[in-house]
Design a protein around this ligand. Structure first.
Ligand SMILES: NC(=O)c1ccc[n+]([C@@H]2O[C@H](COP(=O)([O-])OP(=O)(O)OC[C@H]3O[C@@H](n4cnc5c(N)ncnc54)[C@H](OP(=O)(O)O)[C@@H]3O)[C@@H](O)[C@H]2O)c1
Length: 294
């Protein structure tokens, strides 16, 4: 590929992106990071110009990724623009799902095209990112020519894309956070429940893991509505009542999340028509703690 890539921010996402683009044939012209130690780490994967000077790095490239943390992107972009680091014809991307492309406005004022390529994936470290990026979806945002390039880059990363309008990014990002971060919170919630009956976290997770995988397989095959199993979809109000009583007695702080997720499951069961209107009402009353017998 002719384009010269610059990675500014040699962290998890930036280094993985650089490595995968390099192996797809792109020329990685420069890698920049704040600390030399991060550059040293990156140098075991990437060659080229390694620098702590973001302006000098930006000057060497055509496609510039600002792969720093979300709260650092705007300041970094502004400071590079202020020192003439961007030029006409550059493409400047950030990788944030949460932020508008507007944080790159100063680069646009210097003649660059701006956009976002956000991997819908979570990386705990560089190795994990290299493993997980191929096959992932990417939310891409920008004008027509930016989208054209973004699609090419995503294809090189062996990914798939969703085009996200800038105004829709907040909702887009909420959904991605829920599915990743709150899944972690949910598993942690279940581990905490097992802890009080004497099963430690790692044993609990080992026991949950096949269940989680089985559930994901069902969702993949049937979709979320048909994949729901358990007492709510069976309309078993007695079991749900017992769950609530136990939580009230032993873990009152854990009750509110159980209630909210139970209400969500009740709506799924009703949509699926596995429970009728009356059972739905009974479940809602039990979950909300509404007394119905006077
Ligand atoms: N991690 C994920 O799961 C994930 C998933 C999707 C999208 N993203 C997005 O990817 C972007 C980067 O996230 P990350 O997780 O890769 O963060 P990270 O691992 O913390 O890496 C950020 C890097 O930016 C560098 N940096 C900070 N300020 C800099 C500056 N002024 N000049 C040059 N380098 C600078 C830091 O350098 P030093 O190490 O040298 O201090 C650090 O290595 C974010 O926009 C994030 O939303 C991340």
């Amino acid at each position: 590929m002719d384009s010269k890539i610059v990675i500014i921010g040699a962290g998890k996402a930036g280094v993985a992106l650089g490595i995968l683009l390099k192996s797809a044939g792109y020329d990685i012209a420069a890698v920049c990071s704040k600390h030399k130690s991060s550059l040293k780490k990156a140098s075991s994967y990437l060659d080229g110009f390694l620098t702590t000077d973001a302006v000098e790095a930006a000057k060497t490239g055509d496609i510039i990724f600002l792969s720093v943390r979300d709260n650092q992107i705007k300041d970094l972009c502004d400071s590079i623009a202020a020192k003439d680091g961007f030029k006409k014809g550059n493409y400047v991307f950030h990788l944030s799902g949460a932020l508008s492309v507007d944080v790159l406005k100063k680069a646009e004022k210097r003649g660059a095209k701006i956009g976002c390529i956000h991997p819908i994936q979570s990386f705990a470290d560089i190795k994990g990112a290299i493993k997980n990026l191929p096959g992932s979806y990417f939310g891409i945002t920008g004008d027509k020519s930016v989208l054209l390039l973004a699609k090419r880059i995503v294809k090189s990363l062996k990914g798939k894309f969703l085009i996200i309008e800038d105004k829709d990014k907040p909702i887009y990002h909420i959904a991605a956070c829920v599915v990743s971060n709150y899944l972690v919170s949910l598993i942690n919630y279940a581990e905490n429940l097992y802890k009080i009956i004497g099963i430690n976290e790692s044993d609990a997770f080992r026991a949950f893991y096949p269940l989680i995988k089985g559930t994901l397989d069902n969702i993949e095959k049937k979709g979320t509505i048909e994949a729901l199993t358990g007492p709510i979809v069976r309309g078993d109000t007695e079991v749900i009542l017992k769950h609530i009583e136990q939580l009230k007695k032993k873990l009152p702080d854990e009750l509110s999340l159980y209630r909210e997720l139970g209400l969500a499951a009740t709506e799924i069961a009703f949509k699926r028509k596995s429970i009728n209107r009356n059972t739905r009402k009974d479940l809602i009353n039990i979950l909300k703690g509404v007394k119905t017998d006077g």
